[in-house]
Design a protein around this ligand. Structure first.
Ligand SMILES: Cc1cc2nc3c(=O)[nH]c(=O)nc-3n(C[C@H](O)[C@H](O)[C@H](O)COP(=O)(O)O)c2cc1C
Length: 172
């Protein structure tokens, strides 16, 4: 069984329990780091050609605008193929209740039928939002399992929940 971890994450200014803070590694990327200590997988970072602003409030508006327009932002690159993978772990932050639009660009570039897709969503209180439903719509034919919601600001202490989720899905 071969696994790909595909993730989107934004560093720079973010909101942590009432205060803004500049971070070098985004919350989702921190969680992905914990996951890499637990399983053997290839890793792909979903990156926008024109990334959102490092300023939190500007980013919030840019992302909202992309959602409203149902945009598909251009990516820096895409994996050549996902044919060799049985499982795809898709990790992303909750942006306005769903996946960042760059994740939609990624998902629509491939055929996921017959694959197992495991969604992991970091957020500050909205959980998975409606991201699982949206992911299912974009990956027809995939077996989308119940996702894992992680509080982004507590990403550093997420390893145990990530481990339990991976075990419950037969990944460990
Ligand atoms: C554009 C934007 C929209 C967001 N929308 C939500 C939201 O609707 N619900 C929520 O709980 N958190 C929301 N957040 C918080 C992020 O989901 C959370 O900080 C996440 O861990 C960020 O992950 P990252 O550092 O990997 O990018 C939003 C953050 C941004 C930047």
């Amino acid at each position: 069984m071969k696994t790909l971890i595909a993730y989107f994450s934004r560093a720079d200014e973010n909101y942590f329990g009432g205060a803004m803070r500049y971070i070098k590694v985004g919350n989702t990327e921190v969680v992905v780091g914990k996951m890499r200590e637990l399983i053997d997988a290839d890793v792909f970072k979903i990156e926008m050609k024109k990334p959102y602003s490092p300023v939190y409030m500007t980013c919030i508006n840019e992302a909202k605008d992309d959602l409203r327009k149902n945009a598909r932002p251009e990516l820096v690159s895409l994996p050549e193929s996902i044919d060799g993978y049985d499982n795809i772990i898709l990790a992303y932050p909750n942006y306005w209740g769903t996946v960042p639009m760059a994740v939609a660009t990624f998902l629509e570039a491939f055929d996921f039928s017959g694959k197992t897709l495991l969604p992991l969503c970091t957020n500050e209180g909205s959980g998975m939002g409606h991201s699982e439903r949206d992911v299912m719509k974009m990956c027809r034919g995939a077996n989308v399992v119940k996702g894992l919601s992680i509080t982004g600001s507590a990403a550093e202490s997420s390893k145990e929940s990530v481990k339990r989720w991976l075990i419950s899905n037969g990944m460990i």
